[in-house]
Design a protein around this ligand. Sequence first.
Ligand code: ATP
Ligand code: MG
Length: 560
Amino acid sequence: MSNITEGAGTARPLNFLEEIIEESIARGETRVHTRFPPEPNGYLHIGHAKSICLNFGLARKYGGLCNLRFDDTNPVKEDVEYVDSIKEDIKWLGFDWAGEYYASDYFEQLYQWAEQLISKGKAYVDDQSQEQIRQTRGTVTVAGTDSPWRNRTAEENLDLFRRMRAGEFADGEKVLRAKIGMAHPNMLMRDPIMYRIIHAEHHRTGNTWCIYPMYDYAHGESDSIEKITHSICTLEFDVHRPLYDWFIEQLGIFPSRQYEFARLNLTYTIMSKRKLLKLVENKVVKGWDDPRMPTITALRRRGYTPESIRAFAERVGVAKRDNVIDLGLLEFCVREDLNRRAERRMAVIDPIKVVITNYPEGQTVEFVECVNNPEAESAGRRKVPFSNTLYIEREDFMEDPPKKYFRMSPGKEVRLRYAYLIRCDEVIKDGEGNVIELRCTYDSESSGGGSSDGRKVKGVIHWVSAPHAIDIETRLYETLFTKENPDDVEEGKTFLDYINPDSLSTVYAKAEPSLTESEVGDKFQFERIGYFTKDKDSAADKPVFNRTVTLKDTWAKLNR
Ligand code: ATP
Ligand code: MG
């Protein structure tokens, strides 16, 4: 078997999970069955995208299957809205699950297995409060102490557990614990809680249950029911693995195996559904799909493509040690993808008026032919109206320029993208000295890149024709946090203290009229400015464009 794999167009060495799988294939164990197990308590974020690409990707690569399993064992925080959004996001990323499962569908089986463990003397009902249980757990160096209820008989435990299920007890009055040992060196093995009482309606099972299994009990058993071969989770679960194995061994059920990889962390971002929910609830953002959020739904609205996110996951790779990825890498991936697929348009974000004084008066509308995408000949060309009154970017003019400034300045010539050479003859200002208009002359023989006498000009700037331009709203985004690691908080602060007040600027721009025909979700490169996508907030007379990413690529420069 080769030890090189194809991904994102480049060959790379196998990651450690692929190595494990290929070794097992070599031993004759050819079945690969993974699962993606989100808890439906929020929208998926880019970290989940990493896990999705990994789980679905491994199944695809090795001809296996990947299940979607909702880990819905906590009735209090979960909701159908989240279930629906999770399915939509996975599909959008380009994956399809072998089966849609719910841990809650296994409640009866899990319950029966719990009774089995009780009968074997491997689990007991404890009357201590969760607080008492925490306090008697000991420390890493000191053994915990046995619960006074630890030695109940199997009969008594069975009776109490059945009465727990029947609803005879209030929340917190009793729990079911595995009987492993209070001196176990791994704290998680010190008689961990398997079930707690929660009198709450579950989004799928309604009021059928008032006892709910804990993650550690439900997860491995659910994997086993589905005959998952590779249960991939993030590194912090490695200490849970002995417990994962213990339950499976005690029950003698299908031996799923757990493997851990490093979770994705990104600079200037938080990656926890709980914290993202806070941003929504506190109205720091406008919703889960606010384009500043790291959620998949927000990235989609921002203009990210599934291809760019898959390429990002591929580039990040699968690590066994925690690390933080530069947000610039994600931006690099979307830029690379949009460069190939986004048609070019011209828009002027901060307009300054240009009047061409020698342009023929009363001429019928002239159209300039523009290339839609120099990276894709098949994208064709379009005609953009030209006239004697244009807008150019304020940033492209300097009255008193330094040397090597090739854009517009008094007396200097510059090329209008796909159109003529113009020279600035006169600068008109208002009473306060602000430049309000540039009066220019053009070389009528310079269209399409030439000039009347073969002279060459270095600067090329974008423009739109003033009488033809449409008004668009652009939303320019910066990072949502001012701190590279918003989770690393100073004393007395929370991640909410590092919100960037300038994360969104709304700017009205002038754009070429062809953008009127665009539809929500269409993606463009506004020449020299960045990649934009049409937002769902657009109205017929007021298109709104989100800036996905600027054109400036610092990441590639630093890392290539
Ligand atoms: P959160 O704290 O955001 O709720 P979670 O791990 O509790 O994260 P789950 O819905 O339980 O969220 O996760 C579903 C799957 O996605 C799990 O297998 C989990 O390990 C994986 N996952 C979650 N966050 C990341 C991340 N940042 N990087 C990689 N995988 C992740
Ligand atoms: Mg969780």
